[in-house]
Design a protein around this ligand. Structure first.
Ligand SMILES: [Zn+2]
Length: 260
């Protein structure tokens, strides 16, 4: 079995009205934005998602569409949270990242694409096709500046489920719905066994359990089917970690500790 190990980063703590991420749910929520750093013995560093772009933090830059930074509650994010700086602290240079794999291409997942111009960027073909030409109503969450960067890097479009390195260590599972080409990452760690990084198959546990739709879900029936599929894998004994769920992030290795 290929030797891999992984650690997690919170690259964008968010604080916002719950209704912005879970349809009609009352109250306020604090979220994390998880990026996983995976080291593979033969293929080097792979990133799972990239968080937001650092320019979002500059109010003058107008990086996102007007009002979005306030709506998503980015006020608690500092430049040091952004993925490039966090990798630096782990001793990983931008040029060390050989693969960037996206759960989907919304602006809180693809914003770091800029920092890795020499990596191979991996997403479902359905997601790439959609992100390059989104419907008018989803355009705000596909930031044109992030998506434009993907026109200038090496892309590896996937057609459904994939075993990325052919050794079973890094598998992508097609879990569409929240986005047309949403996918989840199934890692097979030599000692710990399999874990499933579910991206935004749900933003939080309660929505996942109760099948609550998320605003910006591209296809609700696909989201529900994907959640059922992920739940079946979870029932099979594979722990699931959602990108934005604080309780899930709290269990993951961070601060330079790794699972292997
Ligand atoms: Zn997200």
């Amino acid at each position: 079995m290929a030797r891999i190990r992984m650690t997690a980063l919170d690259v964008a703590p968010l604080s916002l009205e719950k209704a912005k991420i879970a349809t009609f749910q009352p109250g306020h929520v604090d979220l994390v934005t998880t990026v996983a750093v995976i080291e593979h013995e033969r293929h080097g560093i792979l990133l799972w998602d990239t968080g937001i772009n650092g320019a979002v933090l500059d109010p003058e830059a107008g990086y996102w569409a007007p009002g979005l930074a306030e709506a998503f509650g980015t006020q608690g994010i500092s430049r040091d949270h952004i993925v490039d700086r966090q990798l630096e602290r782990l001793g990983i240079g931008r040029g060390d990242v050989r693969h960037v794999v996206y759960s989907h291409l919304h602006l809180d997942h693809s914003g770091g694409a800029e920092y890795f111009p020499d990596a191979v960027h991996v997403a479902q073909r359905a997601e790439l096709n959609y992100a390059f030409c989104p419907d008018p109503w989803t355009r705000p969450v596909y930031c044109d500046k992030d998506i434009d960067r993907l026109r200038r890097v090496e892309l590896l479009p996937l057609e459904g489920n994939a075993d990325l390195f052919g050794d079973g260590s890094v598998r992508l599972l097609r879990t569409p719905g929240h986005a047309p080409g949403h996918q989840s990452l199934l890692l097979d760690l030599p000692h710990r066994g399999r874990i499933l990084l579910g991206g935004d198959v749900a933003h939080q546990r309660d929505q996942y359990r109760n099948h609550i739709p998320m605003p910006w879900d591209h296809c609700l029936s696909d989201t529900t089917a994907s959640r059922r599929r992920v739940a079946a894998i979870e029932r099979g004994g594979v722990p699931l970690f959602l990108c934005h769920e604080q309780a899930d992030f709290a269990q993951l290795p961070t601060q330079g500790t790794f699972w292997d």
